[in-house]
Design a protein around this ligand. Structure first.
Ligand code: GDP
Length: 411
């Protein structure tokens, strides 16, 4: 059997209308993931692809992440939802697919805009450490090398402020609409000697499975199966679980020895990150555990947070957030109402620098360090130690109002 290709998740980030959807649509066409006939006519020819996915998502009940796949000779790629689509940050934080690399799209005629800065900062905060910069709409500035160099310098300065090394970041002049430098070098930019986008993508480093981190399996469901007993089901986020090991479910506290591990009706002795498994633990019954619990090894049990510090971004709140506000936090598979205990610092959303100590309130667009108290114990990890288990979305009034990361467990 042919060896499976390695896989990367890509996020397309950048200011609204700078051409993210168009670039994804054209890339899917050039990579052969969609056919010409699937495209619309006219100005929105390519971006239509992403809109279509959006509609499909609206219809779907459980599919939270609009994504599309394509392959090159080297890797398989999944495009995770573009920002601008409303729930991007929530998806990045809670979604199955953490992005492994970002493609920052900056329109050559418009330059660096507020969302360009915001998305660059957010990506770094959310753990995207590889970046490709697409200077898009190069056709609209007459394929000008001077304009490209000017923007390259501007964007280099921006990404440097959040900790990227511009010397290691490929910059590509391209036209998402016309197709220049997406798959092959364009004769319209003879002055550009670098890679086309697909070649630059193929030079990215694929993610390593987080097998060295402590074992964490957020429980999605708990089944009773005749002949087997209680079978908690979930996806291994980090670490490795072997048959015969002792595991504990937190905050429930139930523990026992792993008797069996199953995936797609096949029996396994070992489960690793990314595996969706059902497993059975000696002595743990259906009423001892529930969705939202997290399984880990007994000697490195999942952390139960009773109070924690978080870095958050307010995405869309109709009013203001003040001390005492108690919305629902969605973290891995758990949902727990949590109270804002303290607004510690307001941060500049573009740079992360402290703008204000102890602000009175937070509103849409603000980034902040806050102290949070769950109304009941919940499993949460410091995102610096186990990133996969330290992100959350904050929901209220039927929408995602904010998203964030745990930066310290204080109790
Ligand atoms: P998004 O909001 O970043 O996803 O931007 P879209 O992909 O929706 O593009 C916004 C507009 O810019 C659309 O009308 C596109 O057709 C147009 N556009 C995108 N890329 C290019 C490009 O490379 N050249 C030109 N001329 N227009 C482009």
């Amino acid at each position: 059997m042919a060896k499976e290709k390695e896989h990367l998740n890509l996020a397309f980030i950048g200011h609204v209308d700078h051409g993210k959807s168009t670039l994804v649509g054209h890339l899917l066409l050039k990579a052969g993931a969609i056919a010409e006939q699937q495209l619309d006519d006219g100005e929105n020819k390519f971006r239509f692809v992403m809109d279509k996915l959006g509609e499909e998502r609206e219809r779907g009940v459980t599919i939270d992440l609009a994504h599309q796949k394509f392959s090159t000779k080297k890797y398989d790629y999944t495009v995770v939802d573009c920002p601008g689509h409303r729930d991007f940050v929530k998806n990045m934080i809670t979604g199955a697919s953490q992005a492994d690399a970002g493609v920052l799209v900056v329109a050559a005629d418009d330059g660096v805009m507020p969302q360009t800065k915001e998305h660059v900062f957010l990506s770094k905060t959310l753990g995207i450490n590889q970046l490709i910069v697409a200077i898009n709409k190069i056709d609209l500035v007459d394929y000008s090398e001077d304009k490209y160099n000017e923007l390259k310098e501007e964007v280099s300065n921006l990404i440097k402020t959040v900790g990227f090394n511009p010397a290691e970041v490929p910059f590509i002049p391209l036209s998402a609409f016309e197709g220049d430098n997406i798959k092959e070098a364009s004769s319209n930019t003879p002055w550009y000697k670098g890679d086309a986008l697909i070649d630059a993508l193929d030079k990215l480093t694929p993610p390593e499975k987080p097998t060295d981190l402590p074992l964490r399996i957020p429980i999605q469901d708990v089944y009773s199966i005749t002949g087997v007993g209680t079978v908690p089901v979930g996806r291994v986020e980090t670490g490795i679980m072997k048959k015969g090991e002792n595991v504990i479910f937190q905050p429930a506290g139930a523990s026992g020895e792993v008797k069996s591990i199953e995936m797609h009706h096949e029996v396994f002795d070992v489960a690793e990150p990314g595996d969706n498994i059902g497993f059975n633990v000696r002595g743990v019954g259906k009423n001892d555990i529930r969705r939202g619990d997290v399984a880990g090894h007994t000697d490195s049990a999942p952390t139960v947070a009773r109070e924690f510090k978080a870095q958050i971004v307010v995405l869309q709140h109709p009013g203001v957030i003040t001390v005492g506000y108690t919305p629902v936090f969605h973290c891995h598979t758990s949902q727990v109402a949590c109270t804002f205990l303290e607004l510690m610092q307001k941060l500049n959303p573009a740079t992360g620098a402290v703008d204000e100590e102890n602000p009175d309130f937070l509103k849409t667009g603000n980034a902040a360090i806050v102290k949070i108290k769950p109304t009941k114990p919940m499993c949460l990890e410091n995102a610096k130690e186990i990133p996969q288990m330290g992100r959350f979305a904050i929901r209220d009034m039927g929408q995602t109002v904010a998203a964030g990361l745990c930066i310290e467990i204080t109790e």
